[in-house]
Design a protein around this ligand. Sequence first.
Ligand SMILES: CC(C)(C)CCc1c(C(=O)O)[nH]c(=O)[nH]c1=O
Length: 312
Amino acid sequence: ANLSTNIAGLHLPNLFFNASGVCCQHEHELKQLLESDSGSLITKSATYEMREGNPSPRYVPLPAIQSSINSMGLPNEGYEYYLAYAKKYDYSNPKPLFVSLSGLSVADNKKMVEGFVAANLPCVLEINFSCPNVPGKPQLGYDMEAMESALNVLAPIIKKPFGIKLPPYFDIAHFDTAAAIFNKFDNLAYLTCINSVGNGLAIDFETETALIKPKDGFGGLGGLMVLNTALANVNAFYRRCPNKKIIGVGGVTSGKEAFLHVLAGASAVQIGTQLKEEGPKLFSRVKKELEDIMVAKGYKSLEDFRGKVKTL
Ligand SMILES: CC(C)(C)CCc1c(C(=O)O)[nH]c(=O)[nH]c1=O
């Protein structure tokens, strides 16, 4: 069975890679991904200056439901660290490099994008639209006008194919409005759906206390708990943006959920919570599981079933 795929004009030997934020803040973690069976790798969302992020506990697994909650607060080495990494990356490696940017303002995103464009590297830029916007206003991905104006600024500067990381949407009108905006930008080559489901609250029954320290315990939900919201977002944009690829992320713990993401329309699949819990050896497991599923169902390539979810 062939698990290879293409995103933003680049070939991935297999469709699996890390979700930005997991196993990708430091070079030694990125090296682990390079040595793993992943098909690609993406860096932790970068801000203009380096950030320590929020006080711990800031990521906590919810093992009973194979999920997690986090409010990391964008800890990262600063964009110049990731620009240096992208400059010395060996692009003869079969794994293409994705770089995630999450500026605290459109101005910061513009400065970081200009830095990468000036370096003219083969890596693919993924802009994190869950990045905070003006305090008191919703995140960029939930402010349709702000999202469009950000794309009007960034897409022409990037010129090459790029992607955006999207929060989950829950209203059909939001799928329609967001897709109409995205379809205005030809070099917006792919959409990564979904980021964590925002501002959940995990409480410990015994101690009657929130599990994470930041934001009174409010944090993004990931893992199996968000699978069906992720599948809906992948399929909603797959149906509405026929000229774009969709990267599916959310709830992938095995080959089975990866199969469902491709059936919903995903061209590649990122893994966050399960990768955080299991480590990069996960990739050889889920690859084998998906291959076995494809053989059992008689599919030879991802194209044989991508987007082919049936309706009643
Ligand atoms: C949530 C933000 C801090 C605004 C962006 C970074 C981020 C974080 C994070 O660094 O807290 N966690 C996520 O699950 N998704 C994200 O996009």
